[in-house]
Design a protein around this ligand. Structure first.
Ligand SMILES: [Zn+2]
Length: 281
């Protein structure tokens, strides 16, 4: 099938809201893990989101990633969404839209609310006109620097009402990357935002290393998109390392990549189970 347009992605999330489950978002870092994400979604019969951070997209290029993603989507019968993750710059967000991404995150969460709103609004107007889904962030989820602050309900409502963004990342105590100590998620805040914005899919960032029961509880309390990056990437890279160690460097590259993809898929299936989205495509 073709990659879903914004109205179809809205429908995918509205089913997740009424069904009480979440859609898995997995970051890819290369072509091999991009393919593994698409295959895992098909095999588990779930809608799935493959996302690239700026590190990945600047190295590989929006156009090349999008071309492969459109082919992967067309090979399957389950919805495959290509998402530009944590894009800080409206110009780059619009480039992702132009390249064929069907979902973008404009992340101005480090800015004061008024600036955040102005930046998100600009991207929403452009993206929606092209049938592209938009995620924004309120509060701030740290990127390895410990600089996190929780969302607040009024700001969440204002950001959505003023911008028309389709999904909202809410900072509730998680961080990007692995944790030294498991995070304490602020479920009360999550429930309050969820009650204030019942039709807006809420997004949990920093999913790597949050205990599975905590992710499931967050999904029960209103999370409708679970983002996992580091955990899958490290599993994929460790798979490459282990394949080379076991098979030797003369073994064909495709065998080594296939081994790492299989490892990555096992980790992606764990995320799908936490989301409760198996069989929901
Ligand atoms: Zn994130």
């Amino acid at each position: 099938m073709d990659m879903p347009k914004r109205d179809e992605i809205v429908e995918i999330f509205s089913k997740a809201i009424s069904g009480g489950y979440a859609i898995p978002h997995i970051n890819h870092s290369d072509y091999g893990d991009l393919i593994a994400i698409a295959e895992a979604g098909r095999e588990a019969q779930t809608p799935i989101i493959a996302a690239g951070t700026m590190m990945t997209t600047s190295a590989m290029g929006f156009d090349k990633i999008s071309a492969i993603a459109h082919i992967l989507a067309s090979e399957g019968e389950t919805p495959f969404i290509l998402h530009c993750d944590h894009c800080p710059d409206p110009v780059l967000c619009k480039q992702a839209v132009d390249a064929g991404y069907n979902s973008v995150m404009i992340d101005a969460s480090d800015k004061p609310l008024d600036e955040n709103i102005a930046i998100v609004k600009d991207v929403v107007e452009y993206a929606h006109a092209c049938g592209v889904f938009v995620e924004a962030e309120v509060g701030h989820v740290a990127h390895g620097d410990g600089a996190s602050w929780d969302a607040n309900v009024d700001e969440a409502v204002k950001l959505i009402e003023a911008t028309g963004a389709d999904a909202l990342a809410v900072a509730i105590g998680s961080e990007h990357g692995f944790y030294k100590e498991p995070p304490k998620l602020n479920y009360d805040l999550l429930k309050q935002v969820s009650q204030a914005l019942p039709s807006v899919p809420l997004v949990l960032h920093g999913g790597s290393g949050i205990p599975a029961d905590d992710v499931r509880r967050a999904v029960r309390d209103g999370i409708r998109k679970v983002n996992v990056g580091t955990d899958v990437r490290c599993t994929y890279v460790a798979g490459l390392r282990d394949a080379i160690a076991e098979m030797g460097i003369e073994r064909h590259t495709q065998d080594i990549i296939a081994f790492a993809q299989a490892r990555a898929k096992e980790k992606i299936f764990d995320v799908i189970e936490m989301c409760g989205s198996r069989g929901k495509a």
